[in-house]
Design a binder for this molecule. Structure first.
Ligand code: ZN
Length: 318
């Protein structure tokens, strides 16, 4: 990585929660029939992680293994009803606070862009590693003139974010992971909601938390990109209308963090962003994943691992 040194110093208030994660084999056995309720074809197995550093995944490390954990940073209240411009975070500091090994770590997920560096609000798709050749493949998506979106690598190799982030952290090593494939959606739940629903119905009040990335191989996704900060106060119901929605073409890589249950830890239950690289004349894509718009043709292939701890960082007061 060329720019490890964020201008943001210090640490943020933090609460650490331990998770009693089920084995991957148990999860595979539970998830496969669960997903088959929402997709015509679905399979879940424990497999050696393919090299996710390579395309099509283009992650910042080859795998999702070693010291698996999740950080939930800040929250939506930092955006609405009025933005809190004090909420600037360094992903590198967060990786330290997540107690990831200092010489080898990897985070990916979904957050808000570093407005203090970009100059306005945006979507962030954090995807950076320390060690693993120090790679920052973080993408962002912003609204540009006329309401269209622009997406691409985050400017100047920034390692900051704003307002909120949901991150899966690991040592980025190869190893066993859950491989989840699903195609031809037959129900109303999107890919992540179908996973959450299955976990929730089996585990109840035992929280199970997963992170990783899935690929939308075929079809289109409904996404949003946040426009610049609103100058007026936006209540929760109004904030949805303020977002700019798009339909984006596959292939899309979707870093994702999800939980089955919140025991009162103030968690965002699911957060998934997506990006598609500019290639063969196609425009780079990026945004917040809501689901696919092409149920009959959609094909998903995802790799996930379980988290053994959750770091609730800079949790807003209730
Ligand atoms: Zn988002």
């Amino acid at each position: 990585m060329t720019e490890l040194d964020s201008k943001i110093e210090g640490s943020y208030p933090i609460v650490k929660h331990h998770l009693d994660a089920p084995t991957l084999a148990e999860l595979a056995a539970i998830l496969e029939p669960g997903l088959q309720k929402s997709f015509k074809t679905a399979s879940v197995s424990v497999t050696a992680c393919p090299n996710l550093y390579d395309e099509p995944f283009y992650l910042a490390a080859p795998g999702l293994c070693g010291s698996e954990r999740i950080a939930d940073v800040g929250g939506l209240i930092h955006l609405h009803p009025v933005p809190n411009f004090d909420k600037k975070y360094s992903l590198i500091s967060i990786m330290n606070q997540m107690e990831l090994p200092q010489n080898q770590s990897f985070v990916l997920g979904a957050g808000a862009g570093p407005f203090h560096q970009i100059g306005h609000n945006s979507e962030l798709i954090p995807n950076l590693s320390i060690g693993h050749n120090g790679t920052n493949r973080t993408q962002f998506a912003e609204i540009v003139n006329g309401g269209d979106y622009h997406s691409g690598p985050v400017p100047n190799g920034s390692t900051d974010c704003g307002l909120m982030a949901n991150l899966f952290g690991s040592e980025g090593l190869p190893g066993p992971v859950l491989k989840i494939t699903a195609s031809h959606r037959t129900g109303p739940l999107n890919f992540t909601a179908a996973i959450q629903e299955t976990l929730q119905s089996y585990y109840g009040e035992r929280p199970v938390s997963l992170g990783g990335a899935f690929l939308i191989k075929k079809g289109k996704a409904k996404t949003h990109v946040m426009p610049d900060f609103c100058t007026e106060r936006l209540e929760v119901g109004e904030a949805f209308d303020w977002l700019k929605f798009f339909e984006m073409d596959a292939p899309l890589v979707c870093p994702s963090v999800l939980h089955s249950y919140d025991p009162g830890w103030g968690l965002r239950m699911e957060h998934t962003h997506c990006f598609g690289l500019e290639k063969d004349g196609t425009k780079a894509r990026g945004g917040h994943y809501h689901g696919d718009t092409t149920p009959e043709t959609v094909e998903y292939e995802g790799y996930f691992n379980t988290a053994f701890s959750i770091y609730r960082i800079d949790q807003p007061p209730h």
